[in-house]
Design a protein around this ligand. Structure first.
Ligand code: PLP
Length: 355
C-alpha cells in the first residue's frame, strides 16, 4: 500500500523528483554513469548546478543583485554563518520557537542580540506582533515557519533593518517579495530535496561589512565567487532539487503551489475545528499551512495512542507531534496530494464516530 506521508522533514517529495533521481542514480545525463560517481566538475553536473540556480531565481522572481548558493551543513549551520558574515555589533531576533532559539544562541557568540519579542510564554502558539525593531541593528532575523509549533509568518515584513529569514519549512509555498530580504536560507529537506544541502539566497551588498576574519568555508563570498563549487557540493541533493524546481515550474510555479497548499490546509483545519475529538494548538490567525498541529480535546486525551494506531492502519505515517507540543502534526508540504489529506480527514471522521 502506498503510504500517506505526513513527516515533517525529511518529508514527501514529488513523484517526479523521486523518479528522475532514481533514474539518474542508474544513468545520469546519458553518461553511462551513476550521478553518485560523476565529478561535480563534469560539464553535465555543472549544467545541473547552473539550471537549478537559474530556476530558483526565476521561480522566486529574484531581482538583480541577489546570488543563490548551495551549501552543506544544514540550516543549522546558517545559525552561525549569518552572524559571522553580517553581525558587527547588534542584531535583532524574533523568538518564535525552537529553531529561532537555536539561531539566537549562536548569534550571541558574535555580538549583542536584541530579542524583540517572544511567544515562549504560550508555548509558541502564536506569532508576536506589535514589537519594534531598533533601527541600529545589523539585521533582523525571523523564522517564517515554525515547523515544530505550526505557526507561520505568511507575509513579507516591512522593516528598516536588513531582513534575514529562515524559510527552511515554507520556502516555495508562496510567492515572496524577495527585495524585502537581504538573506534567506532553507534546509532542503522539506520543499526541495533530500537532506544534505542548504539553499542560501543573499543580496550581495549585504556582505563585506564586518571587520572580523571569516573562515573561508563559512564566508558566503567564497561560495558566491566559486558558483557553489569551492569544495565538493552535495551532488545528489542538488540534482533532486533541480527536479523539484522543474516540477514546480510545470505545475504553474509558486503561486500554484500556494493555492494547493492553502486548500489542503483549509480542509484539514476545518475538520480539526469541527471534530469533537480534536483541537488545533495555534491561534487561528497564525496557523501554518505547512505544519498543522493539533491535539485531542482534554476529555479524549487517553485516545491519542489509539488514534495513532488507527491512522497507521489507514497508511498514514508521520503524524505524531513533536515531543514539545505532543498530539499530532500533519505536515502538508508542496508535494502533498489532496487525496492524502482526505484520507487523514476521513480517518478523523471515522474515529469520531467510534467514540
Ligand atoms: N530551521 C527550521 C525552520 C527547521 O524546520 C529546521 C529543521 O527541521 C532547521 C532550521 C534545522 O535544519 P537542519 O536540520 O538542516 O540543520
Amino acid at each position: 500500500m502506498k503510504k500517506h506521508n505526513f513527516y515533517a522533514g525529511p518529508s514527501i517529495l514529488s513523484e517526479f523528483t523521486i523518479k528522475n533521481t532514481a533514474a539518474a542514480v542508474e544513468n545520469f545525463a546519458d553518461m553511462g554513469l551513476s550521478i553518485l560517481e560523476v565529478s561535480h566538475r563534469s560539464k553535465e553536473f555543472v549544467a545541473v548546478m547552473d539550471e537549478a540556480r537559474a530556476l530558483i531565481k526565476e521561480l522566486l522572481d529574484l531581482p538583480a543583485g541577489y546570488e543563490v548558493v548551495f551549501l552543506g551543513g544544514g540550516a543549522s549551520m546558517q545559525f552561525c554563518m549569518v552572524p559571522y558574515n553580517l553581525l558587527s555589533k547588534k542584531a535583532a531576533y524574533l523568538d518564535t520557537g525552537t529553531w529561532a532559539s537555536k539561531a539566537i544562541k549562536e548569534a550571541k557568540l558574535f555580538g549583542e542580540v536584541d530579542v524583540v519579542a517572544s511567544s515562549k510564554d504560550k508555548n509558541y502558539t502564536y506569532i508576536p506582533k506589535g514589537y519594534t525593531v531598533p533601527e541600529d541593528v545589523d539585521y533582523f532575523h525571523i523564522t517564517t515557519n515554525n515547523t515544530i509549533y505550526g505557526t507561520e509568518i505568511r507575509e513579507d515584513l516591512d522593516v528598516k533593518a536588513r531582513l534575514v529569514a529562515d524559510m527552511s519549512s515554507d520556502i516555495f509555498s508562496r510567492p515572496i517579495d524577495a527585495s524585502k530580504y537581504d538573506l534567506i536560507y532553507a534546509g532542503a529537506q522539506k520543499n526541495l530535496a533530500p537532506a544534505g544541502v542548504t539553499l542560501v539566497i543573499v543580496r550581495t551588498d549585504a556582505l563585506g561589512h564586518v571587520d572580523r576574519p571569516i573562515p573561508t568555508m563559512l564566508n558566503y563570498k567564497t561560495h558566491i565567487e566559486k558558483d557553489s563549487m569551492f569544495n565538493t557540493p552535495p551532488v545528489l541533493p542538488i540534482y533532486s532539487a533541480l527536479q523539484t524546481l522543474k516540477w514546480y515550474k510545470a505545475q504553474g510555479g509558486i503561486a500554484a503551489m500556494e493555492k494547493k497548499d492553502k486548500e489542503n490546509a483549509a480542509i484539514l483545519y476545518d475538520e480539526i475545528d469541527r471534530n469533537k475529538l480534536f483541537r488545533g494548538t495555534v491561534v487561528p490567525e497564525d496557523r501554518s499551512i505547512m505544519n498543522v498541529c493539533f491535539v485531542m480535546n482534554d476529555e479524549y486525551k487517553e485516545l491519542e495512542g489509539e488514534f495513532n494506531t488507527f491512522a497507521a492502519s489507514k497508511g498514514i505515517v508521520g503524524i505524531k507531534g513533536h515531543r514539545s507540543v505532543g498530539g499530532f502534526r500533519a505536515s502538508l508540504y508542496n508535494a502533498m496530494p489532496k487525496s492524502s489529506v482526505e484520507v487523514l480527514i476521513d480517518a478523523m471522521k471515522e474515529f469520531e464516530k467510534q467514540h
